[in-house]
Design a binder for this molecule. Structure first.
Ligand code: DHB
Length: 311
């Protein structure tokens, strides 16, 4: 009776939970494991045009309240993920998957997106505008002028369903300004949020990851209030055709419930998936269904976006 099925850009998913890009999605083996779990779908590791080694290890560290990472976009290159997805869409025509990508420059982003456009790929594309970890490369979506320019250029040729992965914003004026830009484009979704960039975690007297003297993106319990604020701020501001994917601080069914209450149509799990493995999907789905049943909700539509305010 209780269902957690959802829909993004007209594509249906049996479950609203999936991995967050970066976790359990670097190799085909990892993607297959997510695909065969209770997750509704998967997103690939963010692909660049060429394969990358990423930053030196150690570069990901689980900590009691979350995680810190400075991976530096290690990935097998666009063709690896695109070729896999092209085969998969014929083998499993009833399911839809996400391809995450970004170029190391705006030019490379266009080269990649043109390759996807010219391919037979029928899935969803997520343009990652928020990697915080490549030395010397700022998070694109903190630069509104560049973001606007990239999107205007992209939509001159890209006609497949496209969304963007955003960094967290921390100011109401930034929510207003970012939403005003995104509303000008035929985006299908925004994904809020990527890691909270450039935190520092210390054990005894030392940092815990090698790159950038220990600075890295923060995920997990630390970031849920920021993630929920971003999901809800964009839910309030974006035109209804742009759906929201909620990512950040999902450890339990209650956390997923809160993301949906804030307006999310899909909920991604990163740090918790890294800590627990794919069994996290079944556990969190069951917890979410239990909360829905207690409240008499049968579908996500019964409570999505219906966060209550105090007058
Ligand atoms: C990496 C980290 C991110 O948070 C992201 O969005 C993209 C890439 C990384 O360091 O690989």
């Amino acid at each position: 009776m209780v269902s957690t099925k959802t829909e993004i850009a007209g594509f249906e998913f049996d479950n609203c939970l999936m991995n967050a890009a970066g976790v359990a999605c670097m190799t085909i083996e990892e993607l297959e494991e997510v695909k065969q779990s209770s997750a509704g779908t998967f997103v690939t590791k963010t692909a660049t045009l060429e394969a990358r080694q990423g930053n030196p290890e150690p570069r990901y560290h689980d900590v009691p309240l979350g995680s810190i990472n400075s991976m530096g976009l290690p990935n097998h290159g666009l063709d690896y993920y695109l070729n896999y997805l092209l085969e998969l869409q014929d083998k499993e025509p009833d399911r839809t998957f996400f391809l995450s990508l970004v170029g190391m420059s705006p030019e490379e982003t266009h080269t990649i997106l043109k390759k996807v456009q010219e391919s037979d790929f029928r899935g969803l594309t997520e343009l990652n505008l928020s990697c915080p970890n490549v030395p010397g490369k700022p998070q694109i979506a903190y630069d509104f002028e560049t973001t606007d320019k990239i999107l205007s250029e992209v939509f001159a040729y890209f006609t497949k369903p496209l969304g963007i992965k955003l960094p967290p914003y921390f100011d109401i004026v930034h929510f207003d300004q970012a939403a005003a830009i995104f509303n000008q484009y035929p985006l299908k979704f925004v994904n809020c949020v990527n890691s909270v960039g450039n935190g520092l975690y210390i054990e005894d007297e030392s940092v815990v990851i090698r790159p950038k003297n220990g600075f890295g993106g923060i995920g997990g319990e630390y970031i849920k209030p920021t993630a929920l604020a971003n999901v809800h701020a964009f839910y309030q501001r974006l035109k209804p055709e742009i759906q929201i994917i909620g990512t950040g601080g999902v450890l339990t069914g209650r956390d997923a419930f809160e993301h949906i209450l804030c307006g999310a149509s899909m909920v991604e799990i990163g740090t918790t998936l890294h800590k627990e493995g794919v069994a996290a999907f079944e556990r969190i789905t069951n917890e979410l269904k239990e909360i829905m049943a207690e409240k008499g909700y049968e579908s996500l539509e019964d409570f999505r976006g219906k966060l209550k305010y105090i007058d």
